[in-house]
Design a binder for this molecule. Structure first.
Ligand code: BGP
Length: 473
């Protein structure tokens, strides 16, 4: 669709960027914090532990000041569950409350709206031992944690996100070190979707609780949504794309917004004896929950072709963005029209616009991009500069696509690329950097941990200052 005149970004558009607690904070066992599943996992060979990360726990003032210098309107960060509740339930850690109070106040000091993710891949290790999301009690654990957050921070936090990338947790849990499959489990698919069901119910209850306790706050989900293309115009490839779209994307948003299971996913689970068990009240909770907006992460699209095998068989994906395959449903297909990043992720800005259009036409809710960005190797020069034109180009193309989607009539309320500052990747270490702010450390050498402004820092500052009008170098 061509637009002779582009619509502007809304005047109160929330420009900012994102991080997550276990990837940025460090201080992983300090001041009473309990370990999370990320602290006890075995990290992939050759990558850093998650003990120090970018050390934001000790340097948040400096980091927020830099974000303010860029002109951030919002900062999306997550709260570490086990920093607040070292055992996941029970005794509260006052130092944890104090830390997030300080972080929130520091943001507000500069007029930066905190956008708080309640859960970002870091189940308290104590709850992992009790079965994690596989335990039905996880719903109550999460609601209890949500209540603690709303009670302590709800007077100042207006925007909440429930669970980061629940779809990736479900589809690629082992890649990010989160999936717990009990020993001897004979129906893994059923177990995975039972865990997913618990998260759906937990999310629904947390949204309802938020609306009861904080009538002026807004809350939404934060899955990773990206449109799935058919590999060709063969009708069976379109059906494969519908299958994967349902499994990867729509299941999560249909549930969050309409409180019902997607029919294609339901049929697939039924066929595999993997339907989740409902407890009394689950259906009602899911129907009663209504998000105020949709947060979503977008990195790239997927492409699939038909798979004609006559038995469903899952193969795991090697990273969180690739489709993998389910025999009988779809096969992943490398899209020849797209280039890839240094880390092999496809780059598809037009797919970003397509994805935004599709989400809006299905759900008609305001949207905020909670992640989008380029993981790359960056180099700090002798004179303290980081020249990252590749990141600027990636972001420019995606912001352009988002502006076109706004001109298409989609209701966008904000944009938070990943990441505000360099941090540790989910499974590819410190060397895979995303930030506007460079952190002086290597994979294993902590060096000074000093902060440096990358070229993209100055560029993004100008983008924000002009409300997305000036994207030039
Ligand atoms: C998303 C996660 C983030 C983040 C990002 C980049 O899946 O929500 O936590 O890390 O992807 O991924 P990676 O770190 O693997 O490059």
């Amino acid at each position: 669709m061509l637009h002779k005149k582009l619509a502007p970004f809304p005047k109160d558009f929330l420009w900012g960027a994102s991080t997550s607690a276990y990837q940025v904070e460090g201080a992983h066992l300090e001041d009473g914090k309990g370990p999370s599943c990320q602290d006890v996992k075995t990290v992939p060979a050759g990558t850093s532990e998650l003990d120090v990360c970018a050390d934001q726990y000790h340097r948040y003032k400096e980091d927020i000041a830099l974000m303010a210098e860029m002109g951030f309107k919002t900062y999306r960060f997550s709260v570490s569950w086990s920093r607040l509740l070292p055992e996941g339930t029970g005794k509260v850690n006052p130092k944890g409350i104090e830390y997030y109070n300080n972080l929130i106040d520091e943001c507000l000091k500069y007029g930066i709206e905190p956008l708080v993710t309640m859960f970002h891949f870091d189940m308290p290790a104590a709850l992992d031992k009790r079965g994690s999301w596989g335990n039905r009690e996880s719903v109550d654990w999460f609601v209890n944690f949500a209540k603690l957050l709303f009670e302590n921070f709800g007077d100042r936090v207006k925007y909440w996100l429930t669970i980061n990338e629940q779809n990736i947790l479900t589809l690629a849990g082992p890649v990010i070190g989160t999936l717990m499959i009990p020993e001897g489990c004979t129906n893994v698919l059923k177990e995975i979707y039972q865990q997913n069901h618990h998260m759906m119910v937990a999310q629904a209850k947390a949204m309802e609780l938020c609306h009861q306790m904080l009538p002026h706050a807004k809350i939404g989900p934060a899955p990773n949504i990206s449109l799935v293309y058919p590999a060709s115009c063969k009708p069976e490839d379109t059906m494969a794309a519908q299958n994967f779209n349902a499994i990867r994307n729509w299941l999560y948003l249909d549930m969050a917004v309409y409180g019902r299971y997607n029919n294609l996913v339901w049929s697939y689970l039924k066929e595999n004896d993997a339907l989740p068990e409902f407890m009394p009240g689950d259906e009602e909770s899911m129907k009663n929950a209504h998000p105020d907006f949709i947060g979503f992460n977008y990195y790239n699209t997927s492409t699939v072709k038909a798979n004609h095998e006559d038995e469903y068989k899952r193969s795991s994906s090697e990273d969180q963005q690739s489709a993998g395959k389910v025999a009988g449903l779809y096969d992943s297909f490398r899209n020849p029209n797209l280039t890839v990043t240094e880390f092999g992720w496809e780059i598809d800005p037009l797919g970003f616009r397509n994805t935004i259009r599709e989400i809006y036409s299905r759900y008609h809710l305001p949207m905020i991009v909670t992640e989008n960005g380029l993981g790359a190797y960056d180099t700090l020069t002798e004179d303290g500069k980081v020249h990252d034109p590749y990141r600027i180009e990636y972001l420019r193309q995606h912001i352009t696509a988002m502006r076109l989607a706004v001109s298409d009539g989609c209701d966008m309320m904000g944009y938070c690329p990943w990441s505000a500052i360099d941090l540790i990747s989910t499974h590819e270490g410190m060397r895979k950097r995303y930030g506007f702010i460079y952190v002086d450390r290597d994979e294993f050498d902590l060096k000074t941990l000093d902060r440096y402004r990358k070229d993209s820092f100055f560029w993004y500052k100008k983008v924000i200052a002009t409300n997305g009008e000036d994207l030039s170098d």
